[in-house]
Design a protein around this ligand. Sequence first.
Ligand SMILES: [Zn+2]
Length: 260
Amino acid sequence: MNNYYLPRGMRPSTLDERRIFYTSEFDLNRVREWFSGWSGKIVFAVIIGRHTRIYPPEYEEDASTTILIENYTSLEDIREWILEFLPESVYYDRNIYDDQGCVIGQEMAFDLDPENLTCPIHGSLEDKMRRRQGLSFCEIELKMVKDETIRLYDELSKAFSNLKVVYSGRGFHIHVLDKDVFSWSREKRGDFAREVKNKGFMIDEWVTSGDMRLIRLPYSLHGMVSRIVMPIDASELIDFNPLEDERCIPGFLKPKKITS
Ligand SMILES: [Zn+2]
């Protein structure tokens, strides 16, 4: 990652920091709350070190692999798996499965990232790729993505009544939790994604159509930027600043309190 630039204060987390976060700060009660409206088993996934190249040595071969976690009985087991892999990223599968493992629906989501916009200083994703800085982003880009999220939220509010905004580390996700949308067909989701894109919104169509079904798990650690993935009330977005917002900053980056 030596060629990368990130907004001030953001940097990759070390393995020790990942361990500290998932041992003492990762809030399973809030994760449980996030899934309170779900039916069926949730599939989780981790990527250990694809972008950061930071991984436990025993997992070198699988550092870039997307590892699905389906074998668990409680969320406490998920914490144990995460502590085993110490991943840079944790996701969940938006598909809804029945008891036989057949897909019976999907949560729809919109993904807004710096990849999809052009920075006045750093240019487009193509420009960055040419400089081998594909995943880099700056504070201007973060602000642009936030403004885009506010616009998209207003637009989606015309069609849906239960939307949740999540700060994802590099950008934002908007989850659609309206019950009827979970049963939309792949085709209907694809059409809707195209429609939104055609209105000029810089979304990742693959996420909304459902071809990319994994999405970052709220309350997990984004290990490339050392920020906590955090649901944000839409009304707070305008003043939200992930560089300074206490809710998103993991304990290992907070100044140590002096006790005497
Ligand atoms: Zn930039």
